[in-house]
Ligand binder design. Structure first.
Ligand code: ADP
Length: 503
């Protein structure tokens, strides 16, 4: 009999129980779809397209819905923790890594990767977990439809985590029409492609550990009849409050049709080139250096990217209003893609992404993502605080504001040398400190990397942690053995002694 021994056993699972699990799951999914992470297996760090999948005791790749159901039932019987992922490319928030590090990982995307249905007249699609933005884009091109976002992430993985995009479809979780979910007891809840299900309980399956999504309906963007991307450059660091207060009414009235981004110069400088190409200094940039870089790149200290959609008369009217923004802020400039002649311009990348042509040109690492009101006062307070803490840690501030309808996602792109133990320590200090700083001011994060889940959950403590009490009640009722993604978003099932696990 083959001996299936992982590098490390999942918590409270004996070698014997794991052996039984491995034997049975091979019967369900086939030996070629079960990979045991043994002590002799070489662990590969990976990259964006082939992300590291090693923090597990085993990786299971089911081929269809019944195999997912049978595997879930088996995990339930043996109390084996299971962590599903789709493409595993949300690297800024943890990639495929489970919160309980030796969980069994379920690779939902390897085989279940088909576009099942496209409604051209209704402008929506039904997809399996492995379908990425790239793949759906190729499929849709011939139907003059687009699906908005960057890169190789999966439609389902991004939507269930409430990922945001830059186009007209901001919150990808909201843009779904139906989910087909497998509950922790293996039951199949069928709701995919029902355009409305009454009563609406889809929300409990986003940012959730209550189900495995096997199909999802998602809105597509019909051809709007015309499209124009643009960039507005703002010259000074202290333009931020004026910019925010000027664009808010335009966003509320939907004159700004897409999710405008407002990017700090360090981001665009980094996209153009690495830091060593600008300076030998290792310390964070100072203001004068950044003004010089902005001038060299012919960009602003803040740079904003957007697009208008529709036939020519619609675009013309909208652009007239939008061109009022640079007029309100001295020294600002309005640019079209053809105005930019440098070899690599963010505007050219955005001109693709905003009309639903995915790219992988702008990706980064450890994200810190608090939410800000769309006011100059709040944006400046969050920017000042984050910048101060980044400098204390010895890092540059890399960040942008993603302007939604009533709030902004403020992404701080915490870029550090992950090979350096000192840099890792500092990056950790920085993000832990920022979470506490933001909590003290009443700012919440929209999504987070795995080691911060408990800390952030603790900051959401209104009325004696009423929300956590509800979440735990639901978790224990729906998943009494606590097998599905234990600890995700700080929600620990009763089976796990929370005190021993919380970070
Ligand atoms: P992306 O597609 O953006 O690369 P991932 O596949 O890494 O995203 O998924 C991000 C997270 O979303 C996972 O760690 C998991 O918590 C959750 N998730 C992804 N796919 C599913 C799914 N099919 N069912 C339930 N949760 C999922």
């Amino acid at each position: 009999m083959t001996n299936f021994r992982p590098r490390k056993l999942p918590p409270n699972i004996t070698e014997d129980a794991f052996q039984r699990f491995a034997t049975k799951v091979i019967n369900i999914c086939g030996s070629e779809n079960v990979k045991i992470i043994s002590a002799t297996l070489e662990l590969i760090d990976g990259d964006y397209m082939q992300s590291c999948k090693a923090h597990a005791s085993a990786i299971i790749s089911p081929r269809n819905v019944p195999e997912v159901q049978d595997t879930v039932r088996l995990c339930n019987k043996l109390c084996v923790p299971l962590w599903p992922f789709s493409a595993g490319r949300n690297i800024g928030y943890g990639g495929t890594a489970p919160r309980v590090s030796v969980s069994v990982r379920m690779d939902m995307g390897l085989h279940m990767n088909k576009v099942l249905n496209v409604s051209v007249e209704g402008s929506y699609t039904l997809v399996e977990p492995g379908v990425t933005y790239f793949e759906l884009h190729d499929y849709l091109e011939e139907h003059k439809l687009r699906v908005p976002d960057v890169g190789g992430g999966s439609i389902i993985g991004n939507a269930v985590e409430r990922g945001v995009g830059y186009s007209k479809h901001q919150d990808h979780g909201i843009m779904h029409c139906g989910l087909e979910v497998i509950l922790p007891d293996g039951e199949l809840l069928l709701a995919a492609l029902q355009l409305w299900l009454w009563p609406y309980n889809d929300g409990i399956f986003t940012q959730s550990s209550l189900g495995i999504v096997v199909k999802m309906g998602i809105w597509l963007m019909p051809n709007p009849g015309g499209f124009q991307a643009y960039m507005i450059t703002f010259p000074r660091d202290d333009d931020l409050p004026k910019i925010t207060d000027t664009i808010r009414p335009l966003r509320l009235q939907m004159v700004l049709q897409n999710v405008l981004t407002l990017r700090h110069i360090t981001l665009d400088a980094a996209v153009a080139n690495n830091k060593a190409s600008y300076t030998d200094r290792k310390e964070p940039w100072n203001g004068d250096e950044l003004y010089a870089i902005a001038q060299k790149l012919d960009l602003g200290y803040w740079n904003s990217f957007g697009a208008v959609y529709g036939p020519e008369p619609t675009r013309k009217v909208l652009l007239e209003f939008i061109k009022g923004v640079p007029l309100a802020i001295p020294g600002s400039e309005f640019w079209l893609p053809e105005d930019r002649t440098e070899p690599f311009s963010v505007l050219h990348t955005r001109a693709k992404v905003l009309q639903g042509i995915p790219t992988t040109n702008e990706l980064s690492h450890l994200f810190f993502s608090p939410i800000s009101k769309i006011t100059g006062k709040d944006a400046t307070a969050q920017y000042d605080l984050s910048k101060k803490r980044c400098f204390e840690a010895g890092f540059d501030f890399n960040g942008n504001f993603v302007v939604g309808m009533r709030a902004m996602h403020h992404s701080v792109w915490n870029v550090f040398n992950r090979e350096g133990p000192e840099a890792r320590k500092k990056a950790r200090w920085l993000i832990l400190t920022l979470v506490d700083d933001c909590a003290a001011r009443g700012w919440a994060e929209y999504r987070t990397h795995i080691p911060l889940m408990d800390q952030i959950a603790n900051t959401q403590n209104f009325n004696d942690t009423a929300q956590m009490k509800l979440n735990e009640k639901i978790k224990n009722a729906v998943d009494p053995n606590g097998i599905l993604a234990p600890g995700k978003n700080g929600i620990w099932p009763n089976k796990y002694k929370k005190k021993g696990w919380v970070l």
